[in-house]
Write a protein of this length. Structure first.
Length: 416
């Protein structure tokens, strides 16, 4: 039987501060760089969720030793090992784990199998398979062509590779992180426009912290150095609390994120500002205050696509339609996120239009609805925002948020 979570209206303007858990994207990049460094690294503020546990298991398969301290939000990684012959990695539902690990595993001479959940098996992997073959690795597709499961064998000589940029920036990030340990380095050329550019910039920044420099999209042979690394709070998770202020009214401050953040998703606050909210920024905080009408916007969210569903929820309470563009590639995420968000808002009696590269949301009062989440954590977290203002909102399969934010609903309730 599917579990259900009821979200109750707050009944008053918000006045709250939150510190979201660590960034999934940064945690998984830091875990891999630490595993590839010879020595001991300490990751402070790390996220403990399904996706990061998948990466912890994956780097152990590469020969690292991982010592997690969940209460202290710290992970100690002893890196520099080698995978055992015939290693098998279960990436669960984590696209970052699988797409980062395939190039890293190809560095070594042994054969490593990477697999995951049925949901992950439905996501595309062809571009990274093609790039690895160009760089000299052996890739065996063990199921449907272009999808997991797959086995990769090294060594990985490196050299020039061509990869598409329009499907997922994770392909490029995985190649860049493996690049310094190839024989010749990697020189990556894009065959199509890159989506989610800030995530590649994040990869460069994390690699630099571990002693490796990326020049444009070229990585020369180099050695990762172990370090102590502080993981920022997750900016995608922060979007729900910033959105809560816009939906319910009042003020919410997110600590640990601000103008100095590595994460592009902090720019979600800019979109709320365009809608009429007041945004206050410091080096390590973001505050959204909303007390008046919100206005619809027309916005390209290609670089902050993980916050598109959050905006869809906020847009329901604006005074004019909102058009989101540039996110056609999110159809290949945990679910078809464009179709799913439009379907669910229509279920609530709202007018929502599915466009080729995004969606258009017309404002209106949501009727009581039990929202389907499609096993997608971002569907659950974003649609819950409607319940802060509209009565009768329920979230089906709320536990899917464990993928990236196990304590989400407790933190959402704590706002009031």
């Amino acid at each position: 039987m599917t579990s259900t979570r009821t979200v109750r209206p707050v009944g008053r303007e918000l006045d709250a501060e939150v510190w979201p858990p660590g960034s999934k994207s940064i945690t998984n990049r830091a875990l891999l760089c630490a595993a590839l460094a010879s020595g001991v690294s300490t990751l402070r503020g790390a996220l403990f969720a399904d996706d990061t546990r998948a990466m912890m298991g994956a780097v152990e398969a590469l020969g690292a030793t991982v010592e997690p301290d969940e209460p202290g939000r710290t992970v100690v990684v002893h890196g520099g090992g080698r995978p055992a012959p015939g290693a098998v990695v279960d990436a669960r539902q984590s696209g970052t784990t699988a797409r980062f690990l395939l190039p890293a595993a190809a560095i070594f001479g042994s054969r490593t199998v990477v697999d995951g959940s049925a949901q992950l098996q439905a996501r595309p992997f062809g571009p990274v398979f093609d790039a690895l073959r160009q760089a000299g690795a052996k890739v065996e597709e063990l199921g449907e062509s272009g999808f997991l499961p797959a086995a990769v064998s090294g060594p990985l000589p490196g050299g020039p590779v061509h990869v598409s940029g329009h499907v997922s920036s994770q392909f490029l990030s995985g190649l860049l992180m493996a690049g310094p340990l190839t024989r010749d380095g990697l020189e990556v050329s894009l065959t199509s426009e890159l989506v989610s550019v800030p995530y590649v910039e994040m990869t460069r920044d994390v690699m630099a912290a571990f002693g490796v420099r990326v020049d444009d999209l070229t990585v020369r042979p180099a050695t990762y150095r172990p370090c102590a690394y502080d993981v920022e709070p997750d900016a995608s998770a922060a979007s729900y609390f910033l959105g809560a202020a816009a939906v319910a009214g009042g003020r919410v401050t997110v600590r640990g994120l601000g103008s100095d953040s590595l994460q592009g998703d902090v720019r979600f606050a800019d979109v709320l500002e365009q809608m009429g909210a007041t945004v206050t920024r410091t080096a390590d905080s973001l505050t959204v205050t909303s007390s008046g009408a919100l206005h619809g916007v027309d916005v390209d969210m290609a670089d902050i696509s993980d916050t598109a569903q959050t905006l869809a929820a906020v847009a329901v309470f604006a005074d004019s339609p909102t058009r989101v563009r540039g996110i056609g590639f999110i159809r290949r995420k945990e679910t078809d996120r464009i179709h799913a968000v439009v379907t669910e808002l229509r279920r609530a009696g709202l007018q929502a239009v599915e466009d080729e590269d995004g969606f258009t949301i017309h404002p209106g009062p949501p009727r009581p609805t039990a929202f389907h989440t499609y096993g997608d954590h971002r569907m659950a977290m974003s649609l819950a925002l409607l319940g802060l203002r509209a009565p009768g909102i329920e979230i089906l399969d709320p536990d899917c948020v464990a993928k990236t934010y196990p304590g989400y609903f407790a933190d959402l309730e704590a706002l009031s």
